[in-house]
Design a protein. Structure first.
Length: 337
């Protein structure tokens, strides 16, 4: 089968940063399903792994987590899917990735593809939907249901992949006031179109902008990018006894600035369940099915922004470069072979 991977951790502009190669089609065992991959999307975790995690000498690591495709074969213990089912999922950071014609994934972290979306549109959603859902409901403790919630959720980096779905989940499924940050006119409009009540510019002092809006207390903050640059300013913005959630890898993060307000800190990593085979691992199967239902009912929409052509090393390098620039919006998807 065709696949895209890397042998050494190299800058994205290096000739061999990503390479096209052929490898054996994997065989499903246990609760694994084998998926014929139709489309993949690219996330910041892809380039972070490429830059930091060199495979063992002589091996080629396949990147990619998001995928949409068709079940091609199932392991002997599979009960949730059968050959021919259309699925979408975000894979495991412990295993080979989705930038391959066929991919093995544990059925417990796979959902049914939304019926109303193409494979390309569906591939944009799994990783960011799981991250946003777990962050909002499991870590920050927001309450689903449209009853009035007298609090504000502030989303730092609202136009990125996770922010684009988090805005929708918070606006459509909770009674929170939703404020996103974005620094360019096009990304500010993107956030408003997705449902944010207001947008502020994170490149300018945020406390003054928040105060001018005269909103309910900022009791919840989702810090999705550049946490090291913003967290001290956000400690001034957040309400006493608030909750601060983050998903990135800040080189510097001193939690003591939150102590005076008794703010709790919450990390979200959507790979935790699959990496540790947690008892509630199947929760991601149900979560993705819920997202598919919400898509099919018109409550949520895909966050696809750009397609970069077929799945190959050259196109994946372009996608990595754009993500590394920090100027992407929504999600980038590659489709077909």
């Amino acid at each position: 089968m065709k696949a895209v991977g890397y042998k050494k951790s190299l800058p994205v502009d290096a000739a061999d940063a990503l390479i096209d190669f052929e490898t054996a089609k994997p065989e499903p065992r246990g609760r694994d399903i084998r998926v014929a991959v139709k489309a993949i999307s690219v996330n910041p975790v892809d380039y972070k792994v490429r830059k930091r995690a060199a495979p063992p000498e002589g091996e080629t690591k396949i990147l990619g987590y998001d995928a949409a495709g068709v079940v091609d074969a199932v392991g002997p213990d599979v009960t949730l899917f059968k050959s021919g089912d259309e699925v979408f999922y975000a894979g495991s950071i412990q295993r080979q990735g989705t930038s391959a014609e066929f991919h093995l994934v544990d059925e417990r972290i796979v959902g049914r593809k939304p019926k109303t979306l193409s494979f390309t549109q569906a591939a944009a959603l799994p990783l960011t939907s799981i991250t946003a859902w777990e962050l909002l409901f499991d870590r920050l403790g927001a309450v689903p249901g449209k009853s009035l919630d007298p609090r504000t959720l502030l989303i730092i980096g609202g136009a990125g992949g996770v922010g684009s779905i988090l805005i929708q989940l918070a606006r459509r499924l909770t009674g929170l006031t939703v404020v996103a940050t974005a620094s360019r006119p096009d990304t500010q409009k993107w956030c408003l179109d997705l449902g944010a009540h207001a947008v502020i510019d994170h490149s300018k002092p945020m406390k003054e902008q928040i105060e001018k809006l005269k909103l309910p207390p900022v009791a919840l903050i989702a810090s999705l990018t550049n946490t090291d640059q913003h967290y001290k300013a956000l400690a001034e913005v957040i309400a006493p006894q608030g909750k601060y959630g983050l998903i990135d890898d800040p080189p510097e993060f001193n939690v003591s600035v939150f102590k005076g307000k008794a703010v709790s800190i919450h990390w979200e990593s959507m790979f935790t369940r699959s990496s540790f085979q947690t008892p509630d691992m199947i929760g991601q199967h149900y979560l993705l099915n819920d997202v598919a239902d919400l898509i099919d009912k018109g409550v949520l929409r895909t966050t696809l922004d750009q397609t970069f052509g077929t799945i190959n090393a050259a196109n994946l390098k372009r996608a990595h470069a754009l993500l590394e620039s920090g100027k992407s919006r929504g999600k980038i998807v590659l489709e077909g072979w």
